[in-house]
Design a protein. Structure first.
Lengths: 206, 258
């Protein structure tokens, strides 16, 4: 059973639809007590870091996520969820969850042909093998929509990179946390495989 | 580097896949859910479901189509046609669409773009525009005018100015549908698409006129489009998603190969 964190951050039902297609049971919950006891957590998100953190804090979900991480619950962050697991975001100069040291950064390009947001399909390059990334083909593409990206302090936390202007971390993680900047639920069969891998993962990673 | 996207457009009338002929008549060419799933399996990058149902009291059928597509298609898709209010948009997003697509309603009420963008984020809001080439005039200096109702209604709006305005209001993407090339299968409107792509900083999708893979290559390179919309090319089995992508890949256009 996977619990999906509900904090008013975008259309999280698409994650649930993808899981039910895979035959994986899931529940969407705004309840911090349920999250504390959850077997597995998906932390999705579309929107802005500051308003997301406000809602998380108001509902006590920030503390619950920190506890779940500390007790070893496997957690999958998606999109905004991969940014606000870090300590800080440049978006609205926001203090974030701090599960991993680092910050999320804004894309800055001098080349006007590099549009922001980075929206569409792009390939990732796996830097470090991880059970959740298992089975990926070389140069497999995933669907991205974002203007900020996660930059963990420790390069060992970068599992995969994507290139847009220059390389940026596309999948980050440590121990029982893994987080993708792209949307696995919108990335066709390649994305579904990541969700299936997560459903089977016991949380032992790097 | 981002891949160029190929987007299949499905016109839906009363819950059935329709092909409009010069915007007037339509004929039933299949089941939209089954077709959407088939293109998904074939590796299409994105879908547009466009509701062309004439009567507004039958629009809820579209929400069922959207929900059924969302349950089995795990790529982004947008929904358009008849969305006049933020509440209309919220309904299709809740049913499972990734983006909403506005056209005539945005011309009549540009605030809809701003309101939807604030409510759902710019990445959710696609502004479609039907464009007709006209002799340059004071109101339309670019020589491209925005039209509605399939080209029958002129608006006096300059297409480049409207594209900029749409971006300023908060649209996250533009679909440029050329009335001049639509249905011709003789190629996309390259100059129009390039002019708009050079004017805005949001992605531009070319629509209207695609008849073969080379037309896609042209508009994705010379036309500077980020994506190309295809409809009858696929619906009538003239080509396949795989064949289009293979041609583009072999001719220097980066596309997602599955």
């Amino acid at each position: 059973m996977i619990h999906i964190v509900d904090y008013k951050a975008g259309n999280i039902t698409s994650v649930q639809r993808a899981l039910s297609h895979l035959g994986v049971e899931s529940v969407i919950t705004p309840d911090p007590d349920i999250l504390r006891r959850a077997e597995k957590v998906i932390f999705p998100g579309v929107g802005q870091a500051a308003s997301a953190m406000e809602v998380l804090h108001a509902r006590g979900l920030d503390a619950a996520l920190r506890e779940a991480y500390a007790r070893g619950t496997p957690i999958l962050g998606i999109c905004l969820g991969s940014q606000i697991v870090l300590e800080h975001s440049e978006e609205g100069d926001t203090a974030c969850l701090g599960l991993l040291p680092g910050m999320s950064k804004r894309f800055v390009f001098s080349d006007p042909s590099l549009k922001i947001p980075h929206m569409g399909w792009n390939r990732i390059k796996i830097i470090r093998e991880h059970p959740v990334l298992q089975g990926a083909a070389a140069d497999e593409e995933f669907y991205f929509v974002h203007s900020f990206y996660p930059r963990p302090e420790d390069p060992e936390c970068v599992m995969a990179e994507c290139e847009y202007g220059s390389p940026f971390p596309a999948v980050i993680g440590r121990a029982n946390l893994i987080a993708a900047q792209f949307h696995p639920e919108k990335s066709g069969p390649a994305g579904l495989r990541i969700l299936r891998n997560f459903a089977a993962w016991n949380g032992s990673g790097r | 580097m981002l891949s160029k996207r190929i987007i299949a457009c499905l016109d839906v009338r009363d819950g059935r896949l329709a092909k409009s002929i010069k915007f007037v008549e339509t004929k039933d060419i299949g089941d939209p859910v089954e077709t959407a799933h088939r293109y998904y399996e074939a590796g299409i990058d994105e879908l547009v479901l466009y509701d062309i149902t004439a009567s507004s009291d039958r629009r809820d059928i579209m929400l069922d189509v959207v929900a059924a597509v969302a349950a089995q298609v795990f790529i982004p898709f947008s929904v358009g046609g008849g969305l006049r209010t933020v509440e209309d948009c919220a309904k299709v997003l809740l049913a499972g669409a990734e983006k909403i697509n506005v056209n005539t309603a945005a011309v009549q009420n540009p605030q809809l773009i701003a309101d939807a963008s604030r409510a759902f984020g710019a990445q959710c809001v696609v502004l479609s525009m039907d464009v007709l080439s006209v002799p340059p005039a004071s109101g339309t200096p670019s020589g491209y005018e925005i039209v509605t109702h399939g080209g029958r209604t002129r608006t006096g709006l300059d297409a480049l100015a409207w594209a900029r305005h749409g971006e300023d209001l908060g649209a996250g993407e533009l679909v440029i549908n050329s009335i001049d090339t639509d249905g011709t299968r003789e190629g996309y409107a390259i100059n129009l698409t390039r002019k708009i792509a050079e004017t805005v900083r949001i992605p531009v999708v070319a629509s209207g006129g695609g008849g073969e893979a080379e037309h896609l290559r042209q508009v994705l390179t010379d036309g500077k489009a980020d994506a190309a919309l295809v409809a009858s090319l696929l619906h009538y089995g003239i080509t396949t998603v795989a064949a289009l992508k293979q041609y583009l890949d072999q001719n220097g256009v980066k596309v997602r190969i599955t």
